[in-house]
Ligand binder design. Structure first.
Ligand SMILES: [Zn+2]
Length: 257
């Protein structure tokens, strides 16, 4: 049993963090404080009781409805808590404690960015810019990246997307990719390094195109319909963190043939 207690706590810790991330997702785009006041129902403005604010459980006990007015609570709250708890556990099992805390912070910021970008089509600088600095400092602690590679990742991540955005702008005369995406990719480069940034761009562009085309086919949106790219960059970064090295090895092998 002993060896199950710490993993269990990492799952619990992740769910509590997820609850806080939900507050960030709701309040950061509105420019509200993420600490005060305590959460309220957006419909009836009743303050949510502490016993109705238990991660994972409360949503299930209340069956996704406000205790007071019965209006539905967005499933996003449960989804974010489940993702946060699950990845906290996975990262805890995979890395030593300091690296776990760093990668879990990285994952948490990607989660917040994803849901804010999906809702509002913005990536807040207040997350991505400090993220670049924190990622660079983390490279002195992380075993799989050197500070030089982190620096290269920032330059490459920021530079490549900036180049793509510039070319797109010159050809299409409208902005295709926001400055938010560029800063996000620089942050990803800071945490994961230069090779992983390339994997991230490749994977997110691939998944993004497939999803984009599917939406166009299904809904008949015109070509300029903007799908936020941030969630794909975040997904690409997670795939790169877990399978980046295998993907690079597979690709190198493929090129030898
Ligand atoms: Zn309510």
């Amino acid at each position: 049993m002993d060896n199950l207690i710490f993993p269990f706590f990492s799952f619990l810790f992740g769910s509590v963090v997820g609850s806080f991330l939900n507050v960030c997702i709701h309040r950061l785009p509105r420019g509200e404080s993420i600490i005060f006041p305590s959460s309220q129902c957006p419909y009836c403005n009743q303050t949510i009781r502490f016993y109705d604010n238990i991660p994972l459980l409360s949503y299930l006990i209340l069956r996704g409805k406000c205790r007071f007015c019965g209006k539905p609570i967005s499933p996003q709250y449960l989804i974010v808590e489940i993702l946060s708890a699950t990845f906290s556990l996975i990262l805890f099992l995979k890395y030593p404690i300091w690296e776990y805390l760093i990668y879990f912070s990285f994952f948490s910021s990607l989660l917040v960015i994803t849901f804010i970008d999906l809702k509002h089509q913005i990536i807040p600088d207040i997350i991505s810019l400090p993220g670049i600095g924190i990622g660079f400092l983390s490279s002195f602690v992380l075993s799989r990246i050197t500070y030089l590679d982190s620096f290269l990742g920032i330059a490459l991540g920021g530079g490549i997307l900036y180049g793509v955005a510039l070319i797109y702008y010159l050809i299409m005369k409208t902005e295709g990719m926001g400055g938010g995406d560029i800063k996000l990719l620089a942050m990803i480069g800071a945490f994961l390094g230069s090779k992983a940034v390339l994997v991230t761009i490749f994977v997110s562009a691939l998944i993004g195109s497939v999803v984009g085309l599917t939406i166009i086919v299904l809904k008949g949106k015109d070509r300029k319909y903007a799908i936020p790219f941030g969630p794909f960059l975040a997904l690409g970064a997670i795939i790169s963190l877990f399978w980046g090295n295998s993907l690079i090895a597979w690709y190198t092998n493929l090129m030898r043939w």
